[in-house]
Design a protein around this ligand. Structure first.
Ligand SMILES: [Zn+2]
Length: 162
């Protein structure tokens, strides 16, 4: 079994959930945008805080770069921003060359950009795909978005190759 769902889930977080949902269930209390559900295991893995602080068993991820909140409980009572986390979040700093885009194999936006600038192409998608096939990825506990980075990486490579 592919426990992180890498081979099937390649959609980018940025693609969906942009509709405003102020006050709706599932909306980020900070900006009112509906966030994607994340496994509690992801929140536990990424949080730098003592886990006995967790008050909910259902959390969502806010991918909006302009919103300081990263995780929030389904009931809106609990918020975590980047200062509470062990990782900086790609979606919040997509323009930062130092930011990780692939948390399993440690590729950064800058590394991928340099490779494309030097060689005109990128081997990163093939490398990540090989790592997934070899069972070496752990997106559910390493990537703050809680699932595979490949959609984000593909989008970045396409963007930088144009
Ligand atoms: Zn938010």
């Amino acid at each position: 079994m592919d426990s992180c769902g890498c081979s099937i889930s390649e959609d980018t977080i940025n693609g969906g959930g942009k509709s405003k949902g102020q006050g709706l269930s599932g909306a980020c209390p900070t900006n009112g945008v509906i966030g994607k559900k994340v496994d509690t295991q992801t929140v536990k893995a990424i949080l730098a805080l003592p886990l006995n602080l967790l008050t909910s068993d259902a959390y969502r991820f806010c991918a909006d770069p302009d919103c300081s909140t990263v995780y929030y409980s389904e009931d809106g009572q609990q918020l975590f921003d980047e200062a509470d986390l062990r990782e900086r979040v790609y979606q919040k700093h997509a323009d930062d060359k130092e930011i990780s885009i692939c948390y399993c194999f440690r590729h950064t936006v800058g590394n991928i950009g340099s490779e494309i600038a030097e060689s005109g192409k990128s081997t990163v998608v093939a490398e990540i795909t090989a790592g997934i096939k070899a069972g070496q990825c752990a997106c559910d506990i390493r990537n703050p978005q809680g699932d595979c980075c490949l959609g984000n990486v593909r989008a970045l490579v396409k963007d930088l190759s144009n």
